[in-house]
Every structure is written in C-alpha cells, then in structure tokens.
Ligand binder design. Structure first.
Ligand SMILES: [Zn+2]
Length: 302
C-alpha cells in the first residue's frame, strides 16, 4: 500500500475518521481480516463502532487494540497528522508545537509524541553497521557550560557510531547513552550496533583498546599533533553536532531520562533519509504492526 508523498496528498487521503480507520485496517490486515484469537478470515462489522466480530469465535477485534492507538480518545485524524509531522518533515517539531498545531493539551501532545517516538525506536539487531565504522563518545545535555571533553559534569556520555560509505559519506548512524566511557560500556555499545569483523576507526582513547578485541578490526588513529580531531573521524562529529543543534533549537534541551528516545528518533530519520517521502507509511506501519501499547506511566518511568 502506498503512502502520501506530499502534504497535499496526505490531506486528500485522510479527510475523515473513516479514511484513517480504513488505513489502519489495511496496515493491520493487508491480506484481509484475520481474527487475532482464532485466525478466521471473516467478520461482521458493526454499524456504530469500528469493531469486527469474528464469524467463527465471536471475538470482537478493533483495529486499534494492541497498537499504540489502543484506548486513545484523540481523533485518528490528529494522530495521523502528528505522525506526518514527525516523520515526513526534515526538522520535526516538539510536543508543544504539536499541541498547538493539533489543538490539543500539552500532556496529550507529549504522550502522543512519545508513543510515536516509541514506534521509531530501534529494534534489536536492526540496521547493524558494517564495513568501516567510526566510533567516538560525546557528552550531551547538562547545564554546565565551557567544560569540554571527557568527564564534563552534568552531561550524559553517548557512544556515536557511523558507517562510512565508499564515497566518503555516511550511510548509517546509531547513538547510545552509556553509563560511563569505560571499555566495558563502549564495548557493549559496539556489540549492539556494529557487525563483527567491521573495521572500527576510533581515536587513541585507551578505553577503545579492549573494544578492539571484541571481534573488530580496530584502527585507532593517532590524534597527537592533529589540530582538529573532527578531520579524522568526520561523521561522528557531524552526526552528534546535528543532533545537539536539533534538540537545542526545537526542545531547548532534553532530560537525561528521555535522551535515548530522542537519539533513536534522530537516527531513525537519518538512516531512512533517502526514503523520506515514504516515512509516513513506514512509521504508521510500525505503530500498527510492530509496537505494543505503552502507557503514560511507562513512558515517564526512568
Ligand atoms: Zn475468531
């Protein structure tokens, strides 16, 4: 099924609640109805409520049950517009802006935004980096100014990993909040995101020595005497700088508790930037098929 390529197409496709409901049905059951309880393929439809009653077992299924839309009191039209604004735009907005655009309260907008971000979070093993991979660590957040480099107070360490492509560009990137910049923490991050056998390009920071022994071809670069470290590992610096600028511009910073979700959202979009015009359809599909319901309480737990 095709998604909207422009905002005009989006507006044409999803004019009514019924249009949105039909789209959810098609994402959820692309081959036609399938009873979640018994697998039967026929259902009675209800006139007044968007429910499907299995003709074999009587189970009542709804297209939103078991998805991030479960139990929502917000119109599907607003959900769809929120997904569009967070997936198809180059610089997605904050929940405050989302609330203004949709005409909903701030907490509702915040919860919706976080649920959509949850659908964008990386699944284990998804898009592993391979080939030549730059790895570095950076510090994000905190109020302290003027403190730079490893150990800056009030900031969270983040492992940044970027796969280089053959023309010197960056094909994929991942970022992971880590407890500290020890070899153990950096090693765990490399293990989760980088395929074994890849070339791992890092600076000379000693913590990378044990990481290099985890089945990577470790190539520490000599940074001594080099004025600008960004020249040696260009992509990790570009990615983390762009991320920091985005969270500063749009959110005026994010709390350490939610940092990983924003890193995931940023990388989700970056890694699929060549398919931006298809991202609404892809994110909607993840919301419907691959993301379990999550509550406000679960989203706010640290
Ligand atoms: Zn059934």
């Amino acid at each position: 099924m095709n998604g909207p390529k422009t905002m005009i197409e989006f507006m044409e496709m999803y004019k009514t609640e019924e249009d949105c409901h039909q789209a959810l049905f098609e994402h959820r059951w692309p081959e036609g109805f399938c009873c979640p309880r018994c697998g039967h393929d026929r259902a009675y439809t209800h006139k007044k409520r968007p429910l499907y009653e299995c003709t074999a077992c009587g189970h009542q299924a709804s297209v939103t049950a078991g998805t991030i839309f479960q139990g929502t009191r917000v119109d599907l039209k607003k959900w769809f517009l929120a997904i569009y604004l967070l997936s198809a735009t180059k610089k997605p907005v904050s929940s405050a802006e989302l609330g203004r655009q949709l005409g909903i309260g701030h907490q509702t907008a915040w919860t919706m935004r976080r649920k959509i971000m949850h659908a964008m979070s990386r699944r284990q093993g998804e898009l592993m980096l391979a080939g030549v991979v730059e790895m570095d660590e950076s510090y994000v957040g905190g109020a302290s100014k003027g403190i730079r480099g490893r150990g800056a107070e009030g900031k969270k360490p983040v492992a940044v990993m970027c796969e280089q492509n053959e023309s010197g560009g960056c094909s994929l990137a991942h970022m992971q909040v880590i407890d500290d910049v020890s070899g153990l923490s950096l090693g765990e991050a490399a293990d989760s995101y980088v395929a074994p056998g890849s070339v791992l390009a890092t600076d000379g920071f000693p913590s990378y020595l044990p990481v290099g022994k985890l089945g990577f071809d470790h190539q520490p670069l000599v940074t001594e005497g080099v004025e600008n470290a960004a020249d040696l590992l260009p992509w990790v610096h570009i990615i983390i700088s762009n991320f920091k600028r985005w969270i500063l511009d749009v959110f005026h910073g994010v709390s350490a508790k939610h940092l990983q979700s924003y890193l995931d959202e940023f990388c989700y979009r970056f890694n699929r930037r060549a398919q931006r015009t298809d991202l609404f359809r892809r994110v909607l599909n993840r919301c419907v098929r691959f993301t379990k319901p999550v509550t406000y309480g679960e989203l706010t737990v640290s």
